[in-house]
Design a protein around this ligand. Structure first.
Ligand code: SIN
Length: 326
């Protein structure tokens, strides 16, 4: 029987409300890892679980320091011969950022599987227990090795990069890249063999202060382009634009964006549409901007923070070439 580490960080999966019918007015991260395990005695049939409580956070309050602490802990478990796989419970709201950070910084081929829930643990038909069970099945499954950081949620298994939360209430709250999920549950089944184990892309810095500020600007009809100058003046070293449609930059933004690029501030074009990829356009050559590829704006920000922190021109260039995943 495999031995899995369970790292609890909070979220709705550990949320508690006063009433079983309350799915919005609850406290995220209220319950401990022991309560999550107690709700799923069936876990004992698939693995030995070593549980630990790292944080008790509502994931909206996650910060780069939490990513670094979690990454260090997961890397230690990846390097521990007694552990076969790692499950992380997390809030859904910033799951995509944490997943991207882990995927881009961890080294190892053992499964690292994040999961979460949309309904608090106290709700009627809470989705957390089954999500936790499924995530453990993924982490315990031999076919999960060498696939990098995974997210097991609802009926689907997603790779970390490209993940985005796309629903505020519905249980099928996540979507992935244009290619969609890479596997499903009951039993765990992948739609294609694992590619070669992804190598660590960026070395995580020791201190959160070394991760530079990168801002995402949401651009709507008539949004003032002076936001570019504002965030640069406030210390942003990179900018991700969540643009209308297919990463379409309003004409009024061209000059301030080109000026930021000329100052050495990388600018990535992403979309506010929520789903879909952004490819290279002629304007990228003209202004010096970069398409996000398959990464949502939230993950392009994390990748750019890491790339800028590392000061590694090759990985930065790869990130900016045509999007991290073209
Ligand atoms: C959170 O992200 O911690 C709260 C919301 C959720 O987990 O669905």
């Amino acid at each position: 029987m495999p031995t899995l580490a369970l790292i609890a960080t909070g979220g709705t999966i550990a949320g508690a409300a006063a009433s079983a019918t309350d799915t919005t007015g609850y406290t995220a991260g209220a319950l401990g890892a022991d309560a999550l395990l107690a709700a799923v005695p069936q876990l004992a049939e698939i693995a030995q679980i070593r549980a630990e409580q790292l944080f008790k956070l509502d994931s909206k309050d996650m910060e780069p320091g939490h990513w670094l602490a979690l990454g260090r802990r997961v890397q230690a478990l990846l390097d521990d011969d007694a552990i076969d796989g790692i499950v992380i419970t997390h809030g859904t709201d910033t799951l995509e950022e944490t997943a991207a950070f882990l995927q881009l910084t961890l080294a190892g081929t053992k499964p690292v599987v994040l999961t979460a829930a949309m309904r608090p643990a106290t709700a009627l038909s809470a989705d957390g227990p089954m999500n936790l069970y499924n995530a453990a099945c993924v982490a315990a499954h031999p076919d999960s090795a060498g696939r990098g950081t995974l997210v097991s949620f609802g009926e689907a298994i997603f790779p970390a990069l490209g993940l985005r939360k796309c629903q505020t209430h519905r249980l099928d709250a996540f979507a992935g890249t244009s290619a969609g999920a890479i596997g499903r549950h009951d039993p765990v089944r992948y739609f294609a063999p694992a590619a070669d184990a992804p190598a660590r892309t960026f070395a995580a810095p020791a201190d959160a202060a070394a991760l530079p500020r990168v801002d995402v600007l949401y651009v709507g009809a008539g949004t003032p382009p002076d936001l570019v100058d504002l965030v640069v003046a406030n210390g942003a070293r990179g900018i991700v634009l969540a643009l209308p449609g297919n990463g379409s930059l309003p004409a009024a933004w061209e000059s301030p964006v080109a000026a930021a690029v000329a100052q050495g501030i990388p600018v990535i074009r992403a979309s506010r549409a929520g789903m879909g990829a952004i490819g290279r356009k002629a304007l990228d050559a003209r202004l010096g901007t970069h398409p996000t590829g398959e990464l949502p704006a939230s993950q392009a920000r994390v990748a750019l923070m890491l790339a800028l922190a590392g000061g590694d021109a090759t990985t930065l260039a790869r990130l900016l070439a045509d999007g991290y995943i073209p």
